[in-house]
Design a protein around this ligand. Structure first.
Ligand code: A2P
Length: 367
């Protein structure tokens, strides 16, 4: 039984859903008031590092921390609340006594280690794609489908970063009409490829500017001063894996299995935060721009940045380090009276990953 007295910020919508839910705490051994034993799997990664900052910022009830990564990182340290923690190897034996495990070390690592964490009794929040398509595992953006988490759920999947950012902005518009179709083009940052891709972009940029040889790269394109179709495998229909994830996951999260949605994913030479151009087509006349601005302006997790006079709209730099998804360039689609267009920017490492995961944990712990 939990007694939730800590002041953890929970979004408005989520709070109202919580009061309606009658959750039963299961599996977790310590009360929230005692603090929890928390593990980060992938603690040395770009998302892993954000968890530490968020725990501090949101006063997440951590009494004991286990930082896990590959054997390459064993012996390194990371600082949290003034204390130095040793990085340990992520193995099946690492979960004894863990209350909450945040996984962010890739799908194969999750497939191997999530069962051990569950067996040890932990609540597991998985940032990888390993369990997202499983119909029995909730795939959750708290502002959109908090009610997908059932009372017994102890494994919850965090959606793909582009899907989270898209749906945080699009879902509130369902108050204004039935969304019939989405057309999305992404401008995705290096952070989506992890710390290694961010380092590669920096190193390539430096090399190009100084006329030196390019560093070794696993990409088949130069990244600096370039952009390229998302570097995931292409299927028989010509869609890359990232596009297929956004399509499948949007349908699952919105509970709209036949939602019409077309997605093009492109990687751009931006370090952090994804941007997306989104056309939302309604079943019938589109709402007015004023209505859209009003709804988005009062929606959890969204900030409207839409100053036509100043030509000031969402940018990945402005979105970096922000929990909110920025939405602007809100305009009528002049080629279709049923559609509106907008530009969305969200921090891929925060709302697109670590923040969404921590929000999910807060939801479950509050039950
Ligand atoms: P390590 O730093 O030891 O390689 P990113 O997405 O930024 O690339 O981060 C990936 C995270 O996943 C890192 O913390 C990385 O640890 C971790 N990781 C990668 N491979 C493994 C593995 N085989 N076992 C455990 N953790 C891993």
């Amino acid at each position: 039984m939990f007694f939730w007295t800590l002041q953890i910020p929970i979004y408005r919508e989520v709070q109202s859903k919580l009061s309606a839910a009658n959750f039963v705490a299961s599996g977790i051994k310590h009360g929230v008031n005692d603090g929890l034993t928390v593990a980060i799997i992938g603690a040395t990664g770009a998302v892993g590092q954000e968890f530490l900052r968020l725990f501090d910022e949101r006063n997440f009830p951590v009494s004991s921390l286990r930082l896990l990564a590959s054997e390459r990182s064993v012996g390194k340290t990371a600082k949290f609340r003034g204390k130095e923690y040793l990085i340990e190897e992520a193995t099946e034996d690492a979960f004894d006594g863990v209350d909450v495990a945040f996984f962010s070390a890739g799908a194969s690592r999750s497939r191997k280690l999530v069962p051990a964490a569950l067996k040890a009794g932990a609540l597991v929040i998985d940032n990888s794609s390993a369990y997202r398509t499983d119909p029995n595992i909730p795939l959750v953006v708290p502002e959109v489908n908090a009610d997908a988490i059932g009372p017994e759920d102890r494994l919850i999947a965090v959606p793909n970063c582009s899907a989270i950012i898209l749906l945080t902005a699009v879902s509130p518009l369902r108050q204004l009409g039935t969304v019939d179709r989405l057309i999305v083009s992404t401008y995705q940052s290096a952070s989506g490829g992890g710390a290694g891709m961010m380092r590669l972009l920096e190193a390539e940029t430096r090399a190009v500017l100084s006329g030196e040889d390019l560093p070794e790269s696993s990409l088949n394109h130069r990244y600096a001063f370039n952009l390229f179709s998302h570097n995931t495998p292409i299927d028989d229909d010509g869609y890359n894996e990232e596009e297929s994830k956004v399509i499948f996951e949007s349908r699952k999260i919105l509970s709209m299995p036949s939602l019409k949605i077309n997605v093009t994913c492109v990687r751009v030479p931006v370090l952090r935060a994804h941007t997306e151009s989104v056309t939302v087509e309604f079943d019938g006349s589109a709402p007015s721009i004023e209505e859209v601005r009003k709804v988005l302006g009062s929606s959890a997790g969204v900030r409207v940045v839409d100053d036509r006079a100043a030509n000031r709209f969402p940018t990945p730099l402005d979105a970096s380090g922000q929990g909110d998804v920025l939405v602007g360039r809100i305009r009528q689609d002049l080629s279709n009276p049923n559609a509106i267009c907008m530009l969305v920017s969200g921090d891929q490492l925060l709302k697109g990953a670590a923040l969404n995961a921590v929000q999910i944990a807060e939801l479950v712990l509050a039950r």
